[in-house]
Design a protein around this ligand. Structure first.
Ligand SMILES: Nc1ncnc2c1ncn2[C@@H]1O[C@H](COP(=O)(O)OP(=O)(O)OP(=O)(O)O)[C@@H](O)[C@H]1O
Length: 351
């Protein structure tokens, strides 16, 4: 340890980060979620130079997505739950860390980052290196499902099974936890982004209408569902006619969007069932009582809980604030880092 680290530790605020494909959230112990922004960066094409003097990150950059001229490159540095562009991820982390610390000089926090459970040792090392170069004094990692389970208050340290399904932007993580560890898990690269893509394809095929992914995401959020709705919904969708090339609008109903989403949603349901099949009988029987908790933005797809309950026979509940579960878990882990390091043997917490 550098002697300065000891002193800097007093002025540094530790932070937990949910480094997501779609959104990055920062949680500070005692303060809760202090930052929630899209994981998007705008750079000069072919370079790592962040535009607007380094400020074209997060909300500012997302507003440029799919609208930028060729002189601007708008990038999502994380894809499918892994880091696709290390330099730009680092620039983004640095920006968020500085923003949270309001540019205090020399701040070097301890950082705990939640990462997908399926990432390789090399990818883990890359996340740690990025955070260190972005100014972290010490870096810890935890898998997203574990942080999510802790974030929603599941009794993960107890000798009984808990189950979380985290549907993010790039990955869906399904995990059964017991005695502080992940017992069985599945990680699949089908989540919110795939659902958006399915809507883009459906609208093009059925209506000859080209729409962007941001419009598809809005359709998913407003009328997307996994199971028949008590009152089906309709919305106006605007895009560009695929043949005439001119702007056009059409009305689309929730039944159609449900059909469009069926294939990716079936794959998520299949992953949940596959995880249950791998779960030891004693733990599976706990789940009949404890059920499963849905977290991540995808948990908000209308009536996904009903579909999963019907398909698995388990009680299913959507977490109160599913988008913040992982970040809150990192905050709780940081607050109790010494306790967790000692009580839970967890290789994810070693860097
Ligand atoms: N109300 C909603 N209904 C359906 N989907 C939603 C809703 N709100 C957000 N989403 C979707 O949730 C996804 C983002 O979720 P989240 O922030 O949990 O992902 P992430 O943690 O960034 O991704 P990953 O876990 O893959 O790294 C996006 O695909 C977004 O469109």
């Amino acid at each position: 340890m550098h002697p300065l680290d000891f002193i800097l530790g007093f002025v540094s605020t530790d932070m937990g980060i949910d480094l997501g494909t779609a959104n990055t959230l920062v949680c500070i112990p005692g303060h809760g979620i202090v930052l929630s922004e899209p994981s998007v960066v705008a750079v000069k094409p072919g370079t790592n130079k962040v535009l607007l003097n380094g400020r074209a990150v997060g909300i500012v950059a997302k507003s440029m997505l799919e609208k930028a001229p060729s002189s601007i490159s708008v990038i999502r540095p994380l894809k499918n739950g892994v880091i696709a562009d290390f330099d730009i991820t680092e620039a983004m982390l640095k920006y968020f860390i500085t923003k949270v610390h309001k540019r205090k000089w020399g701040v070097r926090p301890r950082i705990l980052i939640a990462i997908p459970s399926g990432i390789t040792a090399v990818e883990k090392r890359a996340v740690v290196n990025s955070a260190e170069r972005a100014g972290a004094r010490e870096v810890y990692l935890v898998s997203e499902p574990k942080a999510a389970a802790i974030g929603v208050g599941l009794p993960v340290g107890e000798p009984e099974a808990s189950m979380v399904v985290d549907i993010g932007g790039g990955t869906t993580e399904v995990a059964v936890l017991c005695l502080g560890d992940i017992f069985t898990h599945e990680s699949l690269r089908i989540a919110g982004d795939e659902l958006d893509e399915a809507i883009v394809q459906y609208v093009r095929k059925t209506y000859n209408l080209d729409i962007g992914h941001r419009t598809a995401e809005q359709i998913k959020i407003l009328i997307g569902s996994a199971y028949p709705l008590e009152e089906e919904l309709k919305m106006e969708v605007r895009g560009r006619d695929a043949i005439a090339g001119l702007p056009r609008a059409t009305n689309i109903g929730s039944e159609e969007i449900r059909e469009a989403l069926k294939e990716p949603i079936d794959k998520i349901v299949h992953a949940v069932k596959a995880t249950l099949e791998k779960t030891a009988p004693e733990l599976a029987s706990d789940l009949l009582t404890n059920g499963l908790v849905l977290v991540g933005g995808g948990a908000l797809i209308k009536r996904l809980d009903t579909l999963l309950a019907e398909e698995t026979g388990l009680p299913v509940r959507v977490a109160d604030d599913p988008l913040t579960a992982v970040a809150k878990g990192t905050g709780y882990l940081l607050e109790n880092l010494d306790l967790f390091k000692a009580v839970l043997y967890d290789e994810d917490l070693q860097t």
